[in-house]
Design a protein around this ligand. Structure first.
Ligand code: SIN
Length: 294
């Protein structure tokens, strides 16, 4: 059935999302996001986003300003405290791997800023310079990962809380996040210490605030279960980390010039594949503020 907005807007451009895999992700072509969307178009785009969780929009031509404008349709900006934004649009960050880079951003299974009290809701990433091959991003559908568990396991996990630590040095080659970001030109002036929350405790089984679906809210920022030691937590955490990476829950996105990707951190995990050593990869990124996980 058509919504009121659709009935009033007969010229709405079609979105036509094409699934990328059985589990997650869709690709949209022939839709220019720099042209303001009417209500019906935004409503169709939002439905596609909630259904597919990862949307790859091809052939976009964004300036930092128009990229930010499109991003803000999805909510307020999530302050990212580790990098300095672009001079012309400080809320847009550059994810840069130079040809000589030794370390790579997002090269681990994670959901963006799980260690924040209110982790990122949506991340938007726009390709600026791509390696000739490689540099894909892989996503896992954490709702399917939850659904695939036995009833006994689901019962055992309900009520568990995850302790997430963004300062855990083991994930940054023994460096602090500040030290890690300070290399490779990712410097940041930490002008607002109060916004740098590094530890948060969240429910392991998270309910999506818009769809009501449950997911396994897991990623490498989970250090242990709340009220358990790291050693006590390790066997179950290892099982869950391996479980969410099962190929049946994933899709792999290959970038093209002009690609813009957006994903729902409330129910997915992702991994940036660093298989382009010696090549340049440059992206623009905006993160949208989320709410307290329930
Ligand atoms: C990220 O983890 O946010 C970056 C993903 C990517 O660069 O593909």
């Amino acid at each position: 059935m058509q919504t009121t907005a659709e009935r009033r807007e007969p010229d709405a451009r079609p979105i036509n999302p094409k699934p990328l895999a059985g589990a997650i992700g869709a690709e949209i072509r022939d839709f220019d996001c720099s042209v303001p969307m009417c209500n019906a178009e935004f409503s169709a785009m939002k439905s596609a986003f909630l259904e597919h969780k990862v949307l790859m929009l091809r052939d976009q031509e964004f300036t930092p300003a128009t990229f930010l404008k499109f991003s803000k349709l999805w909510g307020d900006i999530h302050f990212y405290p580790y990098m300095t934004g672009l001079e012309e649009e400080p809320e847009v960050f550059e994810i840069l791997a130079k040809p000589g880079a030794q370390q790579f951003f997002g090269n681990r299974w994670h959901s963006d800023q799980m260690y924040a009290a209110k982790p990122v809701k949506v991340t938007l990433l726009y390709a600026k310079d791509l390696p000739p091959v490689g540099g894909d991003t892989i996503f896992s559908n954490l709702e399917l990962a939850y659904d695939a568990l036995s009833d006994g396991m689901k019962t055992m996990l309900s009520g568990l809380r995850i302790y997430c630590d963004g300062a855990d040095k083991s994930r940054y080659g023994g460096k602090s996040r500040e030290e890690w970001y300070a290399t490779e030109g990712k410097e940041k002036t930490f002008e607002d210490e109060s916004k740098r929350s590094m530890i948060a405790v969240h429910p392991l089984v998270r309910t999506h605030p818009e769809t009501g679906r449950k997911c396994l809210f897991m990623g490498d920022q989970v250090q242990r279960f709340d009220c358990l030691t790291a050693e006590e937590s390790a066997p179950l955490l290892n099982f869950l980390m391996n479980h969410i990476q099962r190929p049946e829950f994933t899709c792999r996105v290959t970038w093209e010039p002009g690609s813009m990707l957006m994903w729902d951190n409330r129910c997915i995990c992702h991994y940036a594949v660093a298989d382009y050593v010696g090549q340049l990869r440059r992206m623009h990124r905006v993160t949208i503020a989320g709410d307290t996980p329930i």
